[in-house]
Ligand binder design. Structure first.
Ligand SMILES: Nc1ncnc2c1ncn2[C@@H]1O[C@H](COP(=O)(O)OP(=O)(O)OP(=O)(O)O)[C@@H](O)[C@H]1O
Length: 394
């Protein structure tokens, strides 16, 4: 993507192609870094980061993650090898100009402390000579995109923001000139776990819109599994032990090193990357809040079920009706055990399990849009997880 282009509306594109909405793929060919003291940071690395995908680098401390990432924007100069951005060898181009084509987000954010959030975000567009109006419009667009209120946060200084807000501003600054590539060096590790999870979710939604080619370094395997389209597990010298989508990495670790790194609880981690299968849903009787109790009782009898799912007038789950309350006069509304917990069909088994654990129902209704599809029970969830582990192990 031409970084000197004027701000455009955010791009959408499907991943996997040679370039996605202008985002180039990145290819490292025989790349090595030998530091002046002789330390081999990375040796003979061949690796491709697909266009529009988020690739995560994980591995033990000192294995060469940061070196690998920083060679892409040449904050660290490779000793040998080539790095191609959308087919163009960038190992010889002007490093400053290269960096303006690549967004960079780091743990300590790196916002300029004496500049307002707006001025910080405008840094690269200003360097690229955009006109004032374009810059102003782009900054407002980005503040909103990353969830900062332009009127409230735009004119604050970094010290006047929370850690999470600073990270959002850092992401906005990295995206300012609409670069095709983002490098992210432990961007969410300086905030507490709750804020981190929120930032991760927001960031996933953002990536669905902008589809950048992202190289992301983290120490946190959970974060890698949550965010990565692909995860590279590295060992000393930048050696790639396995580079695979999260489900494959957790289901079929290539060797002991990877298995050790992803952890003995990798079956549990698979929860986060295993989708709900509609075939696993159970279908207890469904009654409406406005139905008569006698009618609901008859439906429960016919099905031989101990309880029914209760839907409100809009068709959303409102709770459940135990068989022993399904008699007498009145409507289901007078006897329903209220519980509006539900998950969308797109949710992971992890979200489904968390929701089940928070409710007394012992199941969770699954929705396709607004339509109730059935309920997921702990037994079905267990079966789905076992199946996915076996599939992964084949
Ligand atoms: N400037 C330097 N001079 C000499 N050796 C260096 C330099 N920078 C990094 N190294 C070494 O290169 C190797 C790879 O370092 P790198 O920072 O890429 O690892 P990392 O996987 O990112 O580690 P961490 O997870 O601890 O951040 C390490 O052995 C490190 O000590």
């Amino acid at each position: 993507m031409d970084a000197t282009a004027a701000p455009s509306s955010l791009r959408t594109a499907s991943p996997g192609a040679g370039s996605a909405g202008g985002a180039p793929g990145i290819r490292l060919e025989g790349v090595s870094k030998v530091y002046p003291d002789g330390t081999v940071g990375v040796a003979e690395l061949d690796l491709t980061f697909a266009a529009g995908e988020l690739s995560v680098l994980v591995g033990p401390s000192g294995c060469g993650k940061t070196t690998t990432m920083k060679m892409v924007n040449r904050i660290i100069e490779p000793t040998t090898g080539r790095i191609l951005l959308g087919g163009e060898d960038v190992t010889r181009v002007d490093a400053d100009r290269l960096r303006r084509r690549i967004g960079y987000v780091i743990q300590s954010v790196g916002l300029f402390p004496h500049q307002t959030v707006r001025t910080n975000i405008a840094t690269v567009p200003r360097l690229l000579g955009w006109d004032r109006r374009e810059i102003r419009d782009r900054v407002e667009e980005l503040l909103t995109l990353v969830g900062l209120d332009p009127a409230v946060h735009g004119d604050r200084y970094p010290a006047q923001l929370s850690g999470g807000q600073r990270q959002r501003a850092g992401v906005a600054r990295a995206l300012a000139a609409d670069p095709g590539v983002l490098l992210m060096d432990e961007p969410f590790s300086a905030v507490d776990p709750v804020v981190r999870e929120r930032l991760q979710s927001e960031f996933l939604r953002l990536q669905e819109t902008v589809r950048k080619t992202i190289v992301f370094v983290t120490h946190d395997i959970e974060e890698a599994v949550r965010l990565g389209d692909r995860i590279a597990v590295m060992s000393t010298g930048g050696h790639v032990e396995q580079f695979a989508p999260p489900a494959e990495l957790l289901g079929r670790p290539a060797n002991e090193t990877v298995a050790d790194f992803v952890g003995a609880d990798r079956g549990l981690k698979r929860l986060a990357v295993t989708p709900i299968d509609p075939a696993d849903l159970e279908h207890p009787p469904v009654v409406g809040v406005g139905d008569g109790l006698a009618e609901a009782g008859a439906a429960l009898d016919r099905a031989g079920a101990g309880r029914a799912v209760v839907l409100d007038v809009g068709g959303r789950p409102a709770g459940w009706l135990p068989a022993d309350r399904a008699s007498g006069s009145g409507t289901v509304a007078s006897a329903v055990v209220r519980d509006d917990a539900a998950v969308p069909l797109q949710a992971s088994l992890r979200t489904a399990l968390a929701t089940i654990l928070q409710s007394d129902a012992g199941w969770v209704p699954v929705l396709d849009g607004d339509r109730h599809l059935g309920v997921l029970t702990p037994a079905a969830l267990h079966a789905a997880l076992r199946r996915s582990v076996h599939e992964g192990a084949r």
